[in-house]
Design a protein around this ligand. Sequence first.
Ligand code: PEP
Ligand code: MG
Length: 587
Amino acid sequence: MHVQSEEIIIQGSPGSPGISFGPVHVMARGFSAPDVYEINEDQIAREQNRFEQALEITKGQLDQLRTHIENLSGEEEGKIFDAHLMVLEDKTLLRRVSNAISERRQNAEYAFYAVMQTFLEAMRRVNDSYLRERAADIDDVCQRVLRNFQLDTDAPAADRPDHQHILVAYDLSPSDTASIDRNHVLGFATEQGSVNSHTAILARSLGIPAIVGLEGAVIDIKTLSDGILDGYNGTLILNPTAETVKTYQEKLNRKKLALKELDILREEETTTSDGHRITLSANIEFTNELPMVKQSGAEGVGLFRTEFYLLDGGEMPDEFQQEKVYSEVAKAVAPHLSIIRTLDAGGDKIPAEPLSHPEPNPFLGWRGIRVSLTRKALFKEQLRAVLRASTSGKLGVMFPMISGISEVLAAKELLKESMDELDKAGVPFDPNIEVGVMIEIPSAAMMANEIAKEVDFLSIGTNDLIQYTVAVDRVNHYVSHLYKPTHPAVFRLMDITVRAAKDNGIWTGVCGEMAGQLAITPLLVGLGIDELSVGAHMVPSIKKAVRSLSQSECSEMMKEVLKARTSPEIAALSENMARRYYPELIE
Ligand code: PEP
Ligand code: MG
């Protein structure tokens, strides 16, 4: 007999818009603590085999990484991986895992995880700082092996549900998100993460409905409960009644209809009601988003996040492979401008290379231009690739995580060297390629007047500008209530930036998530921003919002905004204006 369980509503934060209906599958805490289940005698050989396969895949990856690092930084640096490889060849450890499979009848990933955790705990307790630090390396290898179990196609069905489902997980890294199998995963919810994490940004780009910050989800939710995931308002409903299903189906239909209605604006310009023209472009992470960009009516790509090449321990493609990708973008978007942002590895994203010690504060660490300026060969390969592709359409190049003028000068110097090298080799390129920097660190905003004299445009990365201005980690959901896009300090810094650009005759864009938030559009129009770059799915509604607003009224409102003392005051000013001019777009 089937007993209908009670309907349960769990509230998280909206991560990516959309509604999905289906059974829920819960994945154990991150990838670090795999599910444990007992195996039968006739499954022992299969599990031993799975273990060996995961080890082999990992060794192959580490070998590749070692060669890559040796080429970049020399043999000494490459040796870091010898220690990693040695762990995978340690006979005692391997025997213990094998025994746990055959004698304790544990599934392979759990057997491996349990043995490694015991070993790591012992190392961490030793009173020797060198050994304690090595524990971090071993932890890293352990994670890698566990991930490689996920790749193994023989994994039991419980681990790889082959039915369509809503995925619930403790956390998903940006690379987990990018490799989600769209045929099976209808939407996902995570306990960790916040709206501005790269995981949520990717989910929006890929059009996967998502919820973040759903506390207690992994423990509280049972696999195979029926669910509805509402990515618009961050609600997960378990065991929905027929009436709830109907309500959400109607909501989904309304949303689809509204999008269809906006489609008539596709060919229209993004101009305010009093004639102020704004360029509306799209952010992309992968070239397979290009058809969506075209379909959306965007007038360019304002941000191509190239670091997503590094997914799954991958390497940056070589100069010619990169040239191919950038040419594809340039051609698809021509005659409009496509801005290729140089590698912004680090932070919550993929590291440029495995580090011998984990960074205590990755967001304040080896990230963005800091990596490029210490790995000059890698940086110049990327710059030459952009230059080579610049004859295929209209390309710009942009540097992330700039904190001051010296980094701008150093990056430009390397761009000049790259141009000279191509010149010498007789390779054509656009010598007037637009060069810009991201303003996403308060120090760069304060120095915008000096920086503006060195570049062709400034693009404000509000995701990071907010995090660094108010000192709130953008992915940490414990402090997400303090991550305030409308904080007065953020708007004062943005105002300094826009004025510096105007004084120096260059343009300013906004490519952070703020550019796609309809309740904030009046503030960006009021600041006098020239370009907004948003996820392709937001292009039609932002276009409609800008066309409904009057630039002079918004800039009048900015006088109030710049005098405001609190974030709610600014949010209210903007939201009132938004509700007055486009209430149908604001929920
Ligand atoms: C930003 O910081 O606003 C930005 C656009 O860059 P990313 O989100 O990739 O850090
Ligand atoms: Mg950024």
